[in-house]
Design a protein around this ligand. Structure first.
Ligand SMILES: Cc1ncc(COP(=O)(O)O)c(C=O)c1O
Length: 361
């Protein structure tokens, strides 16, 4: 990056002021209690869908823009480019517009039309690729071609987010749990796309010397579980995840296995059944990755019960289901995908009655 001129420094300072002012105008996200028939155990949902751009990625996008601005990687007129499954691109388009920069999102052509419309609503441009594995190279190529900046969430998510505090998602959870029966959760359960959220929470828990264990819920076709279990970073898969936002075909740079205490594999049909189940309880639709989190959380609650353990468990509501009306909430899409959610929906109904989630074979 060439030497920064005085004008550029002034532009960067104003850009940072705008990003900080946006944070200052925003309220923190809610923590909902999920009613479950399990004495001595409480389940909570951290609702990240209430961010201005509708997902947990609002926090990450803000951190990535501040990181790039403070590194001198973006200046006046620079085009910002990102490789994304959609949610991050929606949030980055919002911040690019805030500081008046062009934004291009490189995404798989299967990305939901609702997300594409949202990126364009915030003034972004969508560059779709047929092979999801090529999003990184294509974003890099576009950045090189136009002299822009490839934000690269998969590499920088874990570095750009302040894991010691600074109102990160972990600090917010512990503050909101203070008056609960079990203020220090036994488990925090999240999914992994970049791995940034689990890295931030895992580091925070260790930094604050808390007893909480961190679990990652992983969908089908994801490399994370096998990579974590074998402690290998070169694991890949040949098919993309069907649960938008989580599960990757390779171990991403921001996935920090060392701060994850356990991982739970969740079938896609279970994720979607659980997303519909919790939507019914909340009275509004949630995204697929929230369903993955819920199913994994109920499995861990079952383990706590078997161990005679009492305590609380916190998981994430990552984004709203309005973005998936043509997929997870569309029975013909499920059929086309060969996904039968009925056995998992029945298991969840039994959990709601008895507090025990049966094994689905
Ligand atoms: C809807 C949704 N849920 C969960 C995640 C996972 O978050 P992270 O990238 O911090 O691992 C993402 C990431 O893109 C997402 O879009």
């Amino acid at each position: 990056m060439p030497k920064t001129s005085t004008e550029d420094r002034a532009w960067i300072a104003e850009a940072i002021r705008r990003v900080d002012a946006d944070a200052n105008r925003s309220a923190d996200t809610h923590l909902h209690v999920v009613p479950i028939p399990v004495p001595g155990i409480e389940l909570y949902l951290k609702d990240e869908s209430v961010h201005p751009t509708g997902s947990l990625k609002h926090r990450l996008a803000r951190s990535l823009f501040l990181y790039a601005l403070c590194n001198g990687w973006i200046g006046p007129g620079a085009t910002v480019i990102e490789a994304s499954s959609g949610s991050t691109a929606v949030s980055e388009a919002y911040f690019a517009r805030l500081i008046e920069l062009p934004f291009v999102a490189v995404m798989p052509s299967t990305t939901s039309c609702e997300k594409i419309a949202l990126i364009e609503f915030y003034g972004g441009t969508c560059h779709l690729v047929d092979d999801p594995g090529t999003v990184y190279k294509e974003a890099q190529r576009l950045a090189h071609e136009c002299g822009g900046h490839y934000m690269d969430q998969f590499t920088y998510a874990e570095r750009a987010t302040d894991w010691r505090g600074n109102n990160n998602i972990a600090e917010s959870i512990y503050e909101q749990m203070q008056l609960e029966p079990h203020p220090c959760p036994a488990w925090i359960v999240v999914g992994a796309g970049t791995g940034g959220t689990s890295a931030t929470i895992g580091r925070y828990v260790r930094y604050r010397r808390l007893d909480t264990r961190v679990a990652v819920a992983d969908p089908e076709n994801s490399a994370f579980y096998a990579g974590w279990e074998s402690d290998r970073s070169d694991v890949t898969t040949d098919k993309p995840s069907r649960i938008e936002g989580i599960g990757r075909m390779r171990i991403e740079g921001s996935f920090v296995g060392g701060v994850i205490d356990d991982m739970v594999l969740v079938p896609d049909a279970a994720s979607i059944a659980a997303a519909r189940w919790i939507s019914h309880i909340l009275g509004r639709p949630v995204g697929g990755s929230t369903g993955t989190n819920i199913w994994a959380s109920l499995r861990l609650i079952g383990e706590m019960q078997s161990a005679g353990e009492e305590g609380s468990l916190v998981t994430l509501l990552c984004d709203g289901g309005e973005r998936y009306l043509h997929t997870y909430y569309d029975d013909s899409w499920l059929e086309a995908m060969g996904l039968d959610i009925a056995p998992y929906a029945a298991a969840l109904e039994e959990f709601a009655r008895t507090g025990s989630l049966p094994v689905v074979s």
